[in-house]
Design a protein around this ligand. Structure first.
Ligand code: GLN
Length: 522
């Protein structure tokens, strides 16, 4: 990219004293940033633009055209990055006390590609420790409040990024989505959340939690912005062997838009039926936990209303909506947590105070050093998942848990493929419309959700990760003062189609902003 794009506008235009004061005023209320340091981002941007890219995105002509188009739309904009994605010189705490104060020695590929297009990192955002949670309250560093109602959570685990975008502190931010961590906070905060298909964006520089499920995603103030960011970040990267380019025949990001799509709908009734079946099974087996889980996943009335409205509006926009059922969904949460915990227990083994992590001041011997590091450094949710992960992987038991979860995972993928098709060929539907989460942003304490209920409620988001499919959450409506999102899932590499549908919706029903919101960018 040429060097005469308008970086000269930095820091004058967007990083003015007025902007800094605006950020400060909001931050006192929401605490979305762990670190806000635009000057550091300017240095990183200059370095990225001056140096050789550590990896270059592919040069297939259609992808390159899309990228050039996107760069013209968003160059010069500031953005925020979840604090589990590396940006050289910035914090990389992962929301953990164990890594607090760590400065990253390198920059993630996705971030570097944005910087090379002239976008500047202004800071690192809060998250549930290592991405484990649905509220950002599992952060070992701070709690982030929802800009719509500061007594409520911003969602999680990318709650800092979602809150920063919702309050207008940045036009877009990066997050990571392992089981819903981009889409759920997007829904809670009234912004757009894109989880690209597995491998579409390089994971190089994303601190691993559950490698086979997760990816870097986007939180943005509009669908057009999410599209541009995705166009710049995507594509194979030699530094991540699971990343790959979109095949040339996949939907273009900037091409002609098809007005009318066939959308499968997982209706509230279908959900209720699946949950009732699960509760029956639970009743027959006397398993109380399963019954509570089914209850926790049922939609609260405002969410059901917003979902029905989204369906009506999409029909009015000319799409054909047809009910579908996805029976395998009811096994999604147990499969997701089995696989995620197993992978987490392996991925987090490096945080031992020797290779990484803050050491205790004193230890008897190396084992004691590791024990003390983890005991004081990790929060209780992280400890729980490491224990669960080692439990499901212990020798002689893999068949019973881990391999069974993998079979469920294949089954869910096949169910989705029967509707959407796969890379090999299209299915009868272009997309599937689903709720994102059964509740709106919840409160804390009495008004909150138990850790168990939060996990059960991941039902609607975790299936896209199990199947590796792209999914896009966007605001459907505001219900009683709080935003409610819905999500669209598509076949591999169909992000363009999902973005087209959501952009049409946004044009007809512009997204609301919280009180006190001010936009500093076009
Ligand atoms: N709530 C899910 C979990 O706690 C999602 C996390 C994520 O996507 N990082 O695992």
């Amino acid at each position: 990219m040429s060097d005469n794009s308008p970086r000269g506008e930095f820091p004058g235009r967007f990083l003015s004293p007025e902007y800094t004061a605006y950020v400060k005023a909001w931050e006192e209320k929401i605490a979305s940033f762990i670190q806000f340091e635009p000057a550091l981002g300017e240095a990183s941007l200059r370095e990225a633009r001056a140096g050789e890219p550590s990896s270059e995105a592919s040069a297939a002509s259609s992808i390159k055209e899309d990228r050039d188009h996107a760069a013209a739309l968003i160059k010069g904009l500031p953005f925020a990055v979840k604090d589990n994605i590396a940006v050289r010189g910035f914090s990389l705490s992962c929301g953990s006390r164990l890594l607090e104060g760590l400065a990253s020695p390198y920059t993630a590929t996705a971030v570097q590609r944005l910087e090379r297009s002239g976008c500047q990192v202004v800071g690192k955002t809060n998250l549930d420790e290592f991405g484990m949670g649905s509220s950002t309250d599992n952060s070992g560093i701070q709690k982030t409040n929802n800009p719509w109602d500061t007594s409520r959570v911003s969602g999680g685990s990318s709650g800092g990024s979602a809150a920063a975008v919702a309050a207008g502190l940045v036009p877009f931010a990066l997050g990571s989505d392992t089981g819903g961590s981009v889409r759920q906070p997007a829904s809670f905060c009234g912004v757009v959340g894109l989880k690209p298909g597995y491998g579409a964006v390089s994971r190089y520089g994303l601190v691993a939690y559950a490698s086979s499920l997760e990816g870097i995603g986007i939180l943005a103030d509009s669908v057009a912005r999410a599209r541009a960011v995705f166009a710049l970040m995507r594509g194979g990267d030699p530094l991540d062997q699971t990343s790959l380019d979109a095949p040339p025949e996949s939907p273009r990001l900037y091409g002609e838009k098809k007005e009318s799509r066939v959308i499968g709908v997982l209706s509230a009734q279908a959900i209720a039926r699946a949950l009732a079946a699960a509760a029956d099974e639970a009743g027959a087996s006397g398993d109380k936990a399963l019954a509570i889980a089914a209850q926790a996943a049922s939609l609260e009335p405002p969410v059901e209303r917003a979902f029905a409205l989204a369906r009506e509006r999409l029909t009015a926009l000319g799409h054909t909506l047809k009910d579908i059922e996805i029976p395998g969904l009811k096994y999604g949460v147990p499969a997701y947590y089995t696989i995620a915990a197993a992978e987490a227990s392996a991925n987090l083994a490096r945080f031992d105070g020797i290779r990484y992590g803050r050491r205790p001041p004193w230890a008897e011997n190396p084992d004691d050093l590791i024990d003390k590091t983890r005991d004081t450094g990790f929060g209780s949710e992280v400890k729980l998942r490491i224990l669960l992960g080692t439990f499901v992987l212990r020798s002689g038991f893999q068949d019973r848990y881990y391999l069974r979860a993998q079979r469920i995972r294949s089954g869910i993928r096949k169910e989705f493929e029967s509707f959407l098709g796969s890379a090999a060929g299209k299915g009868p539907f272009d997309a599937i419309l689903m709720p994102v989460f059964p509740t709106r942003a919840f409160g804390r304490g009495e008004a909150g959700l138990s850790p168990f209920a939060q996990k059960a409620a991941d039902l609607y988001t975790c299936c896209a990760n199990l199947a590796g499919l792209p999914a896009l959450s966007f605001p459907a409506n505001n219900e009683e003062g709080l935003p409610v999102g819905v999500q669209l899932l598509g076949r591999a590499f169909s992000e363009g189609t999902l973005l087209d549908i959501a952009e049409g919706y946004e044009a007809a029903h512009p997204f609301a902003r919280p009180e006190g919101y001010k936009a500093f960018w076009p």
